[in-house]
Design a protein around this ligand. Structure first.
Ligand code: ADP
Length: 254
């Protein structure tokens, strides 16, 4: 019998994730790639490769979540990202609390109840400020790889204030700062502060139930984690694989 009991797919706007779990709920395999324009074809390819690797047949249920979830024909069911992230993080950390999920093009704050279900939430998917895209724009302009952004911001000698919350205006501000000879790492630090300010105002709306928990790709950014903890005066905890939590939660909900 296959050791795969279900598969979760998170077809996100920036990355596409698949997680297979075993009967005990532990992750037994996963895939993560930048989302392609035809996500339904990409998922077919990733699903075939994952099943092949784990020697699994088509009998294990497949649950889809994320922006492109309705396009996934292989899915037995599709579930919102709010429910999946809450469930994934609740299982990974074994506790309730306020969850902040920062992805490539949206961010969400979810109050996770004692049973792992969302009690309340707020979502920003209308504006790039407060999302990974906000940092990526500047990273590209400054020639800094995304996974170095947080470390560079934290070790910056100073902090340049970025007053615009809009990505487009923030970019013009950054161009002016560069032209005036400002230190690039201090610009990055200011940019992280601006992103965290957006996220914290959502946290205050939804309410803080300690601990603050993080998921999504941007949770891997150390400056984001540190600044959220400072701004909220709360500890921040995150699962081992924050970017996989939507897909993991989907697999668990099967
Ligand atoms: P979505 O589910 O919305 O497609 P993800 O949760 O996969 O998005 O997050 C993608 C975002 O995570 C991107 O904006 C990317 O810049 C950011 N990211 C990915 N890896 C890292 C890393 N190692 N450090 C910092 N940010 C990262």
């Amino acid at each position: 019998m296959s050791r795969v009991s279900s598969i979760g797919i998170d077809a996100g706007s920036t990355t596409c994730k698949l997680v297979a779990i075993g009967r005990d709920g532990a992750i037994v395999g996963s895939r993560l790639e930048p989302t392609e324009p035809r996500v339904e074809i990409q998922v077919q390819r990733l699903l075939a490769a994952l099943r092949d690797e784990l020697d699994a047949g088509p009998e294990a249920p497949v649950i889809a979540t994320g922006y492109g979830r309705k396009l996934i024909k292989e899915a037995t069911r599709n579930v919102t990202e709010i429910t999946c992230h809450a469930r994934g993080v609740f299982s990974a950390l074994g506790r309730a609390g306020t969850l902040i999920d920062i992805g490539g093009q949206d961010s969400k704050v979810i109050r996770v109840g004692d049973d792992g279900r969302p009690v309340d939430f707020m979502m920003n998917d209308k504006c790039a400020a407060g999302t990974g895209r906000f940092l990526e724009h500047t990273a590209a302009r400054l020639g800094v790889p995304v996974d170095e952004l947080g470390g560079r911001a934290l070790s910056a000698p100073g902090e340049e204030a970025i007053s615009s919350t809009c990505t487009v205006f923030a970019e013009s501000e950054i161009i002016s700062l560069i032209a005036r000879g400002a230190d690039p790492d201090s610009i990055l630090r200011g940019l992280h502060r601006s992103l965290v300010g957006r996220v914290i105002s959502m946290v205050r709306n939804v309410g803080v139930v300690a601990p603050l928990m993080l998921s999504g790709g941007v949770a891997q950014n150390a400056a984001v984690r540190t600044m959220i903890a400072e701004a909220a005066s709360e500890d921040v905890v995150l699962p081992g694989e924050p970017q996989l939590m939507g897909a993991y939660g989907a697999a668990l909900l099967a």
